[in-house]
Write a protein that binds this ligand. Sequence first.
Ligand code: HEC
Length: 122
Amino acid sequence: MRIGLFILLLLVNSINADESFISNDEYAKMLYKNPRGIGCDKCHGEYGEGKEISSYISGKNKISLIGPRINNLSMRQFKKALKKGKRLMPEYFLTDEEKAFLYYYLITQNKKGLKFANSDKQ
Ligand code: HEC
């Protein structure tokens, strides 16, 4: 269990005071960028602000594939979205702790990097 590991690390750290270890913030960010699979940032942007994944021209229209903004969702919406059955998004096998850390990372990035005018869809 992740939380168990943190408690262990805290204990280890208190014994060995000048040994630095990864903070919760660093862990959450690391998980977002490398969640045992393609990083969330590749499709949702560095801060979860939303991002154009790719685009192509069809006739006269530009078709964009968008990874939606995900740093403004409720915990419930977030967890629900991570269940399978998406159109484009890959399926992940994340533990509840990992989801909580990802959610924590995203809500703390909420104001950063907003580029799409229509990405604030709440
Ligand atoms: C390959 C691109 C891609 C990756 C990688 C990806 N997503 Fe997504 N995600 C999408 C797309 C596209 C959607 C919109 C639904 C769809 O079309 O699948 C989406 C939807 C979501 C939603 C729902 C948004 C809403 O408004 O309901 C959440 C939450 C989410 N992703 C979180 C994550 C997290 C967390 C990760 C990393 C563990 C991740 N995504 C990785 C492409 C991606």
